[in-house]
Structures are given as C-alpha cells and as structure tokens.
Design a binder for this molecule. Structure first.
Ligand SMILES: CC(=O)SCCNC(=O)CCNC(=O)[C@H](O)C(C)(C)COP(=O)(O)OP(=O)(O)OC[C@H]1O[C@@H](n2cnc3c(N)ncnc32)[C@H](O)[C@@H]1OP(=O)(O)O
Length: 204
C-alpha cells in the first residue's frame, strides 16, 4: 500500500513512522525541501502530488497548522485523492467510535465509545478523547490533551500540549488553548485562552 504524505516536517515524520508500522510504504511531498528526509527520499512537490494523486492508495497531510491542513485537504479532494487515516498500532480506538478521513491518531492515544472525530484531525501522542465527545474537522489535540466525556471541540481549534477539558464543555471554532490549560467553561469561537482555569490570553 502506497501512502503519500504532504509535508516533510516533524509531524509528517511521526505520521510516516506510524504508517510504516501499519504496513504502508511512505512517499513524501514537500515544496521547501528535496532529497533525503530522515529515513526517506522526498518524491516531489505539492504540484507533483496533485498530478499523481491517483497513483496512491492513501494520501494524508502532514502539516500541523489547521487552516493550512484543511486547505490542502480540499485541494487534494478536488484532485481525486483517496484519503488515508493513520492510526498508530499502539492507539486504542473503540469499535463504537467514528473516525473520519485523513486523520492521524498518534502513539498512545485513546478514543472511547461513541466519540466522533471528523476529517483531518490530529489526535496527538498520548491524548485521550472520552465517551460521547465530538471533535469537528481540522482540529489538533496536541500531545497529552485529555477530553472528559461529552466534550465538543469546534472546527480547526488547536488545544495545546497538556490541555484538559471538563465534561460536557463546548469549545468553539478556531479556538487556541495554550499549553497546560484547564478548560472548565464553554469557550466562544476564535478565542485564545491559557491557564488554570483557562482565561482569555492577553498576550504580551
Ligand atoms: C508534537 C508538538 O509539538 S504539537 C505542538 C504543541 N504546541 C503547543 O501546544 C503550543 C501551544 N501554544 C502556546 O501555548 C503559546 O504559548 C500561546 C499560543 C498560548 C501563546 O503564544 P505567543 O503569542 O507566542 O506568546 P508568548 O510565547 O510570546 O508568551 C507571552 C506571555 O504569555 C505567557 N504564556 C504563553 N503561553 C502560556 C500558557 N500556555 N499559559 C500561561 N502563560 C503563557 C508567556 O510565558 C509570556 O509571559 P511573559 O510575558 O510574562 O514572559
């Protein structure tokens, strides 16, 4: 099975590592580097991937930035890509959970019963998504995030490393939660929050 990963960076390499553990042969495409990359050779650019997309059994975008990842997923879908969801062999996913297309579930992640992960999400290392959660498309749950039961995370939101969320909370679209946040109340869309409990981020 041939996998194309768009984006030869740290996140792409983590996906490749998990994908090989699942029997995929990895091909990287990237616009800003060529030649050798970790244990692989970069096959070509994003334009070349768009031209060759039908030659791959699966395609995934290895770009952490949510808006950029979603934009590329749309372009690849229009080009006729078949998306792959890569679930590391050490991840635990309930057979009663729903996982969308072009998602990555990293090592040690857990998705429990009746959870729903929409397309293009990253459930990063050691992150847990408990029962009845809904994670909208293009969300990134960074390493060590813990969603209690019944949590809703809106489109393209990014929860930083170690964020924890109380049960039955709704986080809007395009929210950023800084590392170590504890989200105890609903968060409106397009907010940046940090802290314990999480409050609006004032910046510098
Ligand atoms: C495998 C992977 O690596 S996946 C990627 C995981 N990465 C993450 O989770 C990173 C998430 N990003 C963050 O937490 C960032 O700090 C952000 C988005 C909240 C803020 O970033 P910036 O706007 O660049 O803020 P900056 O770093 O300049 O910090 C400004 C101030 O806020 C403080 N601050 C930054 N983040 C936090 C936080 N999470 N909690 C409390 N305070 C914070 C800083 O200490 C600094 O305080 P100071 O002015 O007293 O020195």
């Amino acid at each position: 099975m041939r996998l194309a990963i768009l984006g030869a960076g740290g996140h792409g390499a983590v996906i490749a590592d998990s994908a090989e553990g699942r029997g995929w042969t990895v091909n990287f495409f990237d616009d800003s580097r060529a030649g050798a990359f970790v244990d692989w050779e970069i096959t070509g650019t994003s334009s070349q991937l768009l031209e060759q997309v039908e030659h791959f059994d699966g395609v995934i975008v290895g770009i952490g930035a949510n808006a950029v990842r979603l934009e590329w997923l749309a372009r690849l879908r229009d080009a006729g890509a078949t998306f792959a969801t890569i679930i590391d062999r050490t991840a635990v996913v309930s057979r009663h959970a729903k996982i969308g297309q072009a998602c990555f579930l990293a090592a040690g992640s857990i998705v429990n019963i009746s959870a729903c992960i929409e397309d293009g999400c990253i459930i990063n290392t050691g992150t847990t998504v408990d029962h009845d959660c809904h994670v909208a498309e293009g969300v990134h749950l960074s390493p060590g995030v813990h969603l209690s039961g019944g949590v809703n995370i809106g489109r393209a939101s990014w929860l930083g490393t170690g964020t924890v969320v109380r049960n039955n909370i709704t986080v809007g679209d395009n929210v950023i939660a800084g590392v170590g946040s504890a989200i105890t109340k609903d968060i409106a869309s397009s907010q940046i929050v940090v802290g314990v409990p999480a409050r609006p981020f004032k910046g510098v």
